[in-house]
Design a protein around this ligand. Structure first.
Ligand code: ADP
Ligand code: SR1
Ligand code: MG
Ligand code: MG
Ligand code: MG
Length: 422
């Protein structure tokens, strides 16, 4: 949409906007007029505005309003960014809800010109997973839930479930989210490996580490391979920003929701599994900066990485083994039907996917330490020497993943590497 038809909402304007434009949201709110509504802005992400809207007279009746700004929020108007990201977020939430309804919030309203989505409010005790990990919360089913989410959304939107014609139509539609892909290409795959004004790192402690990245030909070669794969692979509809700030959890009873898929497009499956694993590894390497939690919590995080990946593989293979789900052309059942042929195909596909997961995980870890956008797990460590030590650990692990992912036989071996690099 052009910015002409766009009105940036405020806590003052939003009640009238909803009353005039969003009947389904008003129904959820059980509200009839603007005066019934109260709004607060709570956005803490890098890109957008987020409001909680409450019915003053029925305070349990609440919704979330998320609105794109015509620029990158954490940078300002100097970095314009398409309002269309709200359209792709809305479409991706709908597609993910269809594939995995249990872990995706409900949608109530969408306006393309305003880049505005109204969705289910995930109330306290739901909090952002990253914040929960910083507090030292142990979530009993989060890792399995996230494995299930990735298994279902990646399998069911891919050529394992779709015909070639269907897949190409989806690829065409989602390819138009290219401005968001370009942002990722810039801040994840390119700038961290060169001198760029957007980059930042703990300085002077990591100055030598940053220079070494720029001069490491083997690392830059491997990074170029993953960038090529990010741009050229069209395996599945991926979330494409699946860090621990895109997950909301409640501890007990445990609940898990995935939010914020505005970067979604048809890309490599391993970019999602890798992003999630990367953010757990970052939480792990940050543990010496949060000593009050004790060493057990660091081990708990590593266990979650293995549990997540096992649940992902289990869910993915369960769908592959189900003829009502495996209806697509990839390893089509008409040609590959003997149990030996299927076992071989599954083994080889899952081996490649593990390598992609670890390679992309390395890319996502490295960018969070020397690129533009960091993670609170590390940034909240006040002592710069301790923080730099944690970040060195993260960089060593990231570089090993980027350079040698195909040589790491299992996720158990990957967490063993994380332990051994201390
Ligand atoms: P951004 O794209 O700017 O990163 P997010 O979608 O991640 O925006 O939302 C920013 C914050 O708003 C989240 O970290 C969370 O605190 C809050 N939020 C977003 N969606 C919801 C929701 N459905 N329920 C509750 N809080 C939400
Ligand atoms: C300007 S970079 C901002 C980052 O925040 C988003 O959530 C994505 O991770 C993006 O890379
Ligand atoms: Mg976010
Ligand atoms: Mg976002
Ligand atoms: Mg990341």
């Amino acid at each position: 949409p052009s910015t002409q038809d766009y009105t940036e909402q405020t806590v003052q304007t939003l009640p009238l906007y909803l009353t005039q434009n969003a009947p389904a949201a008003m129904e959820i709110l059980e509200a009839v007029e603007p005066e019934d509504l109260e709004c607060v802005e709570v956005g803490d992400g890098n890109l957008n505005l987020v409001f909680i809207v409450t019915n003053k007279y029925k305070p349990e009746k609440q919704v979330i309003v998320k609105q794109s700004l015509p620029y990158v929020r954490c940078v300002g108007e100097s970095w314009p960014l398409t309002l269309d990201r709200a359209y792709y977020e809305y479409q991706a939430l709908a597609a993910q809800k269809a594939a995995c309804p249990e872990f995706v919030p409900s949608l109530y309203h969408f306006s393309k010109p305003n880049g505005l989505i109204v969705m289910e409010y995930l109330k306290p005790p739901h909090i952002i997973l990253r914040k929960g990990l910083i507090q030292g919360i142990r979530y009993p089913t989060m890792a399995v839930d996230m494995g299930t989410f990735c298994g279902k959304t990646l399998f069911l939107t891919s050529g394992f479930a779709l015909s070639t014609t269907e897949l190409r139509a989806k690829v065409e539609m989602w390819s138009a989210n290219s401005e968001m892909c370009a942002l990722t290409e810039q801040v994840v795959f390119t700038e961290p490996y060169m001198e760029a004004t957007n980059n930042r790192w703990t300085s002077p402690q990591l100055d030598d580490e940053k220079k070494a990245i720029e001069e490491d030909i083997e690392l830059k070669h491997a990074a170029a391979h993953y960038k090529h794969k990010f741009v050229g692979s069209t395996q599945a509809l991926i979330h494409a920003d699946l860090h621990s700030g895109s997950v909301m959890c409640a501890p007990s009873p445990q609940a898990t929701y995935v939010i914020d898929p505005e970067f979604a497009f048809y890309g490599p499956m391993g970019f999602d599994t890798g992003a999630f694993v990367a953010n757990l590894f970052l939480a792990y390497v940050a543990q010496p900066g949060h000593p009050h939690r004790g060493p057990d919590y660091a081990e708990w995080i590593l266990e979650q990485i293995v549990t997540f990946y096992a649940a992902f593989e289990r869910q993915f293979l369960e769908l592959w083994n189900d003829p009502t789900a495996h209806t697509g052309f990839v390893y089509g059942r008409n040609t590959l039907h003997s149990p030996e042929a299927v076992a071989r195909a599954q083994q080889s596909f899952m081996k490649d996917l593990l390598a992609d997961t670890l390679g992309f995980a390395g890319m996502k870890m490295l960018r969070r330490i020397v690129g533009i956008a960091h993670v609170e797990d590390l940034d909240s460590i006040k002592d710069a020497d301790i923080r730099a030590q944690c970040e060195r650990h993260g960089l060593a692990l990231a570089k090993t993943f980027i350079k040698t992912a195909p040589l790491i036989p299992s996720m158990d071996d990957a967490i063993q590497l994380a332990r051994s690099f201390k």
